[in-house]
Write a protein that binds this ligand. Structure first.
Ligand code: MG
Length: 486
């Protein structure tokens, strides 16, 4: 089935809509040179920030951080105010983004971590990534930045559909921090201060090189994940601390990408997406939402989403319809007129109608996870925590990150964000399994209203139970950690 699907999408590169091509026609069309129609399909630039909070951008209301280029992107496109990561930390969210599937389906429920002995976690070869799907239909594919879907060779981005790769294979605080080009380590230790600039230079070069054919560029920044870093041009210039400096450079990078698209006359033919993999760590901002990265509060899960595609997405649209990061898989495939792999469950939905025409959310419910375990369900204005939204607490105020980025280079150690700079709201009813919040009336999740709405609790529990049956029937990831029952 998978081979046939690849053949179908290769046929799509030759001009026919993937969904209507019959297999016998494929073999013939697949050997012909790509038709002109392939060139009309949009390029896709998917920019992912790391640990960027829902409240970190000017266009999401931050009072001090200056992000004029990202704000411009939002003005020229659409911005969603209720967009989510399915998991409040890195790897499972990234797997969902690239596969369109909840993490329990792929088994990608943990963060690979070379300095903690987690070397066996990685995206299985059986998953079909966005890069594989687009490449099979004629796209050039390139990735720049943080991968975090496995650091053994069999998991590399180059084994998952990317023609080329430059980046760090995991978080920028995991030792050894090495820069990899293709499959080769080219720098150790990494000079992180210049990383955003160098990533940007590669991204611009990729776009230039592929200006005459559809390309997919996945640009996954290291910033503003700790340890924070900024190049000399931005260091101590923002007036908003090292976090503000790092963010200013990231914003500059987005501006460079937009300028390059303009110079190459590709603006109208390029879908640009900007989002983050989870809520903020210390120093960032949830914009008043409760919690932070690692918690199932809104502050851990809700992230910005901006989408620009001139002529297809009206400028300046905003929407409060709930959507989730795996939707970008289905959305990009729909934009590129590439069929999704038919032999597996895809949880993401095409949200182009939401972005371009103000359609309602395609989801009856959004499900959130703590690793393989479901943690919360949102439907409409309601959110039910099926597990306690946080465990333990953040480190004490005197905590200092014990890890230098590589054990050699210390980056502005006294300017790194500390626990005193907690990014979200902390007040409210205590975290507990079974807590219900009305996100419309109470976006900060401060008043548990489960007692007054037994019908809502029951409805959300039923949605959760339906998902649990799928989790338990799923592959190894779903079985490794048994789902928690209410
Ligand atoms: Mg992250």
């Amino acid at each position: 089935m998978r081979a046939l699907w690849f053949a179908i999408n290769l046929g799509a590169a030759c001009g026919a809509p993937a969904s209507v091509l019959a297999a016998p026609a494929l073999a013939a069309s697949a050997v012909r040179a790509p038709a002109a129609e392939a060139a009309e399909r949009p390029n896709v630039v998917l920019i992912l920030a790391d640990d960027l909070g829902w409240g970190d951008l000017g266009c999401y209301g931050h009072p001090r951080f200056k992000t004029p280029e990202i704000d411009r992107l939002a003005r020229e496109g659409a911005r969603l105010s209720q967009f989510y990561a399915p998991v409040p930390f890195c790897a499972p969210t990234r797997a969902s983004l690239l596969t369109g599937r909840s993490p329990f389906r792929s088994g990608m429920t943990r963060n690979p971590a070379p300095d903690a002995g987690v070397d066996d976690a990685g995206l299985p070869a059986s998953e079909v990534t966005l890069a594989e799907a687009l490449r099979a239909s004629g796209y050039a594919t390139a990735m720049v930045g943080k991968w975090h879907l496995g650091h053994r060779p069999e998991f590399f981005p180059t084994r998952h559909g990317f023609d080329e790769y430059l980046g760090i294979l995991y978080s920028n605080d995991m030792r050894p921090v090495q820069l990899v080009d293709g499959e080769k380590v080219v720098e150790y230790p990494v000079v992180q201060a210049t990383l955003t600039r160098r990533y940007t230079e590669r991204a611009l070069e990729v776009m230039e090189r592929h200006r005459d054919r559809p390309f997919f560029l996945y640009f996954a920044h290291a910033m503003p994940h700790k340890p924070l870093a900024a190049s000399e041009r931005f260091y101590k210039k923002s007036g908003a601390g090292l976090y503000g400096d790092a963010l200013a450079e990231l914003d500059w990078s987005v501006g460079q990408v937009l300028e390059k698209l303009k110079a190459l006359e590709l603006e109208e033919r390029t879908l640009v997406l900007f989002t983050s993999d989870n809520g903020p760590w210390f120093g960032g901002s949830t914009g008043g939402l409760r919690g932070m990265k690692g918690t199932a509060w809104e502050g851990g899960l809700r992230v910005p989403l901006i989408a620009r595609w001139p002529g297809r997405i009206p400028a300046g649209r905003t929407s409060g319809e709930p959507a989730i990061i795996m939707d970008l898989f289905a959305t990009v495939l729909a934009a590129a007129r590439v069929a999704a792999p038919p032999d597996r469950a895809i949880d993401g939905k095409d949200i182009l109608p939401l972005l371009s025409a103000g359609a309602p959310s395609p989801h009856e419910a959004l499900h959130f996870f703590a690793g393989a375990r479901p943690s919360a369900v949102r439907s409409g204005r309601w959110k039910l925590h099926v597990a306690p939204p946080e465990r333990g607490g953040p480190p004490g105020a005197d905590w200092v990150d014990p890890r230098a980025p590589d054990g050699v280079t210390l980056l502005a150690p006294y300017e790194q964000a500390r626990p005193g700079e907690y990014p979200g709201a902390r007040a409210g009813d205590p975290p507990r399994a079974g807590a219900l919040f009305d996100l419309e009336a109470d976006p900060g999740e401060s008043r548990d209203v489960a007692e007054g709405h037994p019908d809502v609790v029951e409805r959300l529990r039923r949605l959760h139970a339906r998902l649990l049956r799928e989790v338990e029937a799923a592959g190894p990831g779903g079985r490794q950690e048994k789902a928690r029952r209410l």
